[in-house]
Design a protein around this ligand. Structure first.
Ligand SMILES: Nc1ncnc2c1ncn2[C@@H]1O[C@H](COP(=O)(O)OP(=O)(O)OP(=O)(O)O)[C@@H](O)[C@H]1O
Ligand SMILES: [Mg+2]
Length: 366
């Protein structure tokens, strides 16, 4: 995947800009509040019309204007493609996000997802290491949903049964036929839960070594990253479903007392260790940032392998808190992916072999 050209009109603080990125690395330089993240976000919008900051339409359109328009030319699936994304204000004739992909109109920009693929790192992703297990499960779920439609189906079924089982556990004593109902839920939970666990085990089996290798490179071999799946029940078992069924049976009394579900993939976690110590507790800021980055780069590599096309890497504010060596690694790394990095360091040009783009007051200068 390669973005060849982007024309931006009235997107956030960018009134009009043209960007011709490097096929390898492009470094977006500028002081705080100039529009670097906005520019990066506009590229991310091409993946399906969603902002990685979860912003509303009115926030994306330049203040005082009616429409935002992004016009992109990119190389994907071995051919030149064109994509136009429009965000219309509430009072316009076409409000919301729509688009045009290779000449075909789409009333919903979301329907164009998959044509242009990218992976983004932004500072909020640090919660992957710093935050609770939900963030790490979401990371796995998002990646797996994009790769396997079957995973999304299993996840939805599973979530629905968990809701139903929670309701039952809460009112068990007063529900007629509660025991049979619970048994039916357990059977379903085992079926879909085991599917989820097998997908997660498979994904982490590939992601963990790739992330470890990235981390080793980022830290110039000084530190070691390890990702460890903490499954709800043994996944080493030849039949994870049996192991999960056993665990559910063993916990049934405790669940009845608690009044909600205590075991299953919805409570799983991934342990992140740096030099054998939990990164969440013992990792320094720079180490935590490096760990998230290593995971994100691994995520991109895995998506690239499966989709047979390397996604574009968008790295926002990744350089802060990293020491010189780690910054240099990122500013000179030309991996397989086309990469965009933002930085406030105006002297970055001296340290990168990528193309420098200056962002100042919403203007983009190449
Ligand atoms: N819809 C909008 N219309 C006009 N300006 C906007 C809009 N949305 C955001 N901005 C402006 O964009 C600027 C922020 O841009 P951005 O977040 O890209 O900065 P940045 O260069 O990434 O800065 P930092 O280095 O601090 O991360 C803010 O000054 C904000 O007021
Ligand atoms: Mg920014």
């Amino acid at each position: 995947m390669r973005l060849d050209h982007l024309t931006i009109t009235d997107y956030r603080n960018i009134a009009a800009a043209e960007l011709t990125p490097d096929p390898g690395l492009t470094v977006l330089c500028g002081a705080n509040g100039q529009g670097k993240t906005n520019l990066l976000e506009s590229i991310w919008m091409l993946t399906g019309g969603k902002s990685f900051r979860g912003s509303k339409d009115a926030e994306l359109i330049r203040r005082g204007e009616a429409f935002s328009v992004l016009d992109a030319r990119f190389e994907g699936r071995g051919r030149e493609q064109t994509l136009r994304l429009t965000v219309g204000g509430r009072d316009t004739r076409r409000p919301g996000r729509s688009g045009r992909l290779n000449g075909t109109d789409y009333a919903r920009a979301g329907a164009m997802a998959g044509a242009f693929t990218a992976v983004v790192f932004e500072p909020n992703h640090l919660s992957l290491v710093k935050g609770g297990p939900e963030g790490r499960r979401r990371f796995l779920d998002t990646a797996l949903c994009q790769l396997y439609p079957g995973y999304l189906a299993a996840l939805r079924r599973y979530a629905r049964i968990i809701t139903q089982k929670n309701a039952l556990l809460k009112s068990y004593e007063i529900t007629p036929g509660a025991a049979q109902l619970l048994e039916a839920f357990q059977t379903e939970l085992v079926k879909y839960g085991a599917q989820i666990m097998i997908y997660r085990r498979g994904y982490l089996g590939n992601l963990a070594p790739a992330a470890a290798k990235n981390y080793e490179e980022i830290s110039s071999g000084a530190e070691r990253l390890e990702l460890r799946y903490l499954p709800a029940a043994s996944v080493e078992d030849p039949h994870p479903a049996d192991a999960l069924a056993e665990k559910l049976a063993a916990m049934e009394q405790a669940e009845l007392r608690a009044g909600y579900c205590l075991v299953g993939p919805h409570r799983e976690d991934v342990e992140i260790l740096i030099n054998d110590q939990p990164a969440r507790v013992f990792g320094s800021q720079g180490q935590q940032r490096s760990a998230v980055l290593a995971m994100k780069l691994a995520e991109a590599a895995m998506a690239g392998e499966l989709l047979e096309e390397e996604p574009v890497m968008l790295l926002d504010d990744v350089l802060s808190e990293l020491d010189d060596d780690r910054q240099t690694y990122l500013l000179t790394r030309i991996g397989k992916n086309q990469t965009f990095v933002t930085t406030c360091d105006t002297a970055a040009f001296a340290r990168t072999n990528g193309k420098i783009v200056i962002v100042e007051g919403g203007r983009v200068r190449e």
